[in-house]
Design a protein around this ligand. Structure first.
Ligand code: ATR
Length: 272
């Protein structure tokens, strides 16, 4: 068994994704939403081995606080500063991992197999938790220059300082100009999400050859992606990141590396 711990958690698509794969691979198991408040996380995680769980995903508000509870944290999760997957080891100890960055890169490759992180400068908008996973994955794919733009200067400067090259902070006022000569633009902010205003970013300086990605998947096409598509840029939305981060987690728990099929994608799209 596995599940996702969060509060709130009932909106999570993860049960649908993992239960689809359990069925597909004929495995006798179940993946369930686990509504756990912050003050219950320690007891809930420690109960996993006794309950026969192989592990769990973590979502808001647990991704950072789990650091103080698990027994080990893998290097990627440590660099990201967040745990999105907990694996129960044979001895009952808990290991924290983070597959969000893997999911991000795989979602881009899934849509554009010829994509390379080192094709040219990359502009990343936002410096929050989601941005950190994207930055780690792009740096590990050998990105040569990442222009990190955040509305508030301090978080971008802190992340640039912590990660070092290829990440460098660019002032919010320079965000439009920062797109000049880029091969890729990524939005990791909440702007453009359903109920939120569009990201305030003019694409005039963005090369037509640039790939534009948004980690949002509700709506499936944000105003940023619509604007990019209409001027001829290639685009990728955030649904692939959600689907692909689940693959190595499923593998860690159930021993099979599952695939993101058109059927699975359509099934999740139907819930959006
Ligand atoms: P997550 O973990 O999903 O990344 P987060 O850590 O709260 O969430 O980060 C949200 C990101 O969206 C931040 O980069 C934030 O910028 P600030 O650091 O300036 O808050 C960005 N963001 C939120 N609202 C924004 C807005 N109206 N315009 C531009 N960026 C915004």
């Amino acid at each position: 068994m596995a599940g996702v711990m969060g509060w709130p958690v009932m909106h999570s698509r993860s049960p649908k994704i993992h239960n689809y794969w359990l069925g597909k691979h004929g495995l006798a198991g179940a993946y369930m939403p686990l509504a756990i408040k912050s003050d219950g996380l320690h007891a809930a995680l420690r109960a996993l081995p006794a309950l026969g769980f192989a592990g769990c995903n973590l979502t808001i508000p647990h991704k950072e606080t789990a650091f103080d509870i698990v027994d080990r944290v893998d290097p990627v999760a440590r660099r990201v500063g967040a745990i999105n997957c907990v694996v129960v080891a044979p001895d009952g100890s808990l290991e924290g991992r983070n597959y969000d960055g893997f999911g991000y890169v795989q979602s881009i490759l899934d849509a554009w197999p010829e994509w390379r992180a080192d094709a040219g400068p990359i502009a990343v908008i936002g410096a929050g938790g989601a941005a950190r996973a994207v930055l780690v994955s792009l740096a590990d794919q050998d990105a040569k220059e990442i222009r990190l733009v955040n509305r508030t200067p301090a978080p971008a400067q802190a992340v640039a300082q912590e990660f070092g090259p290829p990440v460098k902070a660019v002032a919010w006022d320079h965000r439009h100009a920062a797109l000049e000569g880029t091969a890729m633009l990524v939005n990791t902010t909440s702007q453009g999400m359903a109920g939120q205003p569009a990201l305030d970013l003019a694409l005039d300086k963005l090369p037509a050859s640039a790939l534009v990605s948004d980690i949002i998947y509700i709506p499936q096409e944000t105003p940023l992606l619509t604007a990019a598509r209409l001027r001829g840029n290639r685009t990728v939305n955030g649904l692939g990141m959600l689907l692909h981060q689940a693959r190595p987690a499923f593998h860690a728990w159930f021993g099979v590396m599952p695939q993101v099929t058109a059927e699975l994608r359509a099934m999740i799209e139907a819930t959006i």
